[in-house]
Design a protein around this ligand. Structure first.
Ligand SMILES: [Zn+2]
Length: 189
């Protein structure tokens, strides 16, 4: 009987790590659980600003990190805890997130291709994916924003996704982990 329990427990231990499937980008040492988002230009496309606003509201409802989208394009002093939002015509990417490899600064830059601005669901899903990168999540094989890719037709044109995605359990576990780790770090100071 005890052997059976021990075997079950050791089996559980083997299985558990596989179920924690989110992956982290080892880039951040944010000093607060707040992240300011600044448009890179004052005339950044309205679609982008409105979609980011939607994402900020959705994400803040989780009560983890607090995101705040600022208007205008004035950078605050220093670079910590900010993310810049910008558009790009770089055909290689529909969206990407850039960060400081040297880990000197904690700022991140989100770029969204102008090609997806007219496909609102695709824009939302791509931008949410990049925001979660900026918070610290990497790609995963599990369903969710971190396993999202833009669909194109046979001519290479962007297809509007049928719906806006919801945060998956895996995405949720990932951001919750990052938030709690940040809170622990703050307490230790
Ligand atoms: Zn990605």
């Amino acid at each position: 009987m005890y052997d059976f329990i021990r075997i079950s427990i050791s089996l559980l231990c083997c299985i558990l790590p596989c179920s924690i499937a989110f992956n982290l980008l080892d880039i951040h040492n944010r000093t607060t659980a707040r992240m300011g988002i600044y448009p890179c230009r004052i005339d950044l496309k309205r679609e982008m600003i409105n979609t980011m606003n939607e994402i900020v509201i959705d994400y803040n409802n989780l009560n983890f990190h607090k995101l705040q989208l600022h208007t205008g394009s004035t950078y605050p002093l220093g670079f910590n805890n900010i993310s810049t939002l910008c558009d790009t015509d770089d055909k290689r990417y529909f969206g990407f997130m850039r960060y400081d490899y040297s880990k000197k600064y904690n700022d991140t830059d989100i770029f969204i291709n102008n090609d997806i601005l007219r496909t609102p669901n695709t824009l939302y899903n791509t931008l949410y994916h990049e925001v979660l990168h900026a918070i610290g999540l990497d790609h995963t094989n599990n369903t969710g924003f971190m396993n999202y890719s833009v669909s194109t037709d046979i001519y290479g044109n962007v297809v509007n996704d049928r719906r806006k995605l919801y945060m998956s359990v895996d995405d949720f576990k990932g951001v919750r982990y990052l938030y709690r780790r940040q809170m622990r770090k703050n307490k230790q100071k």
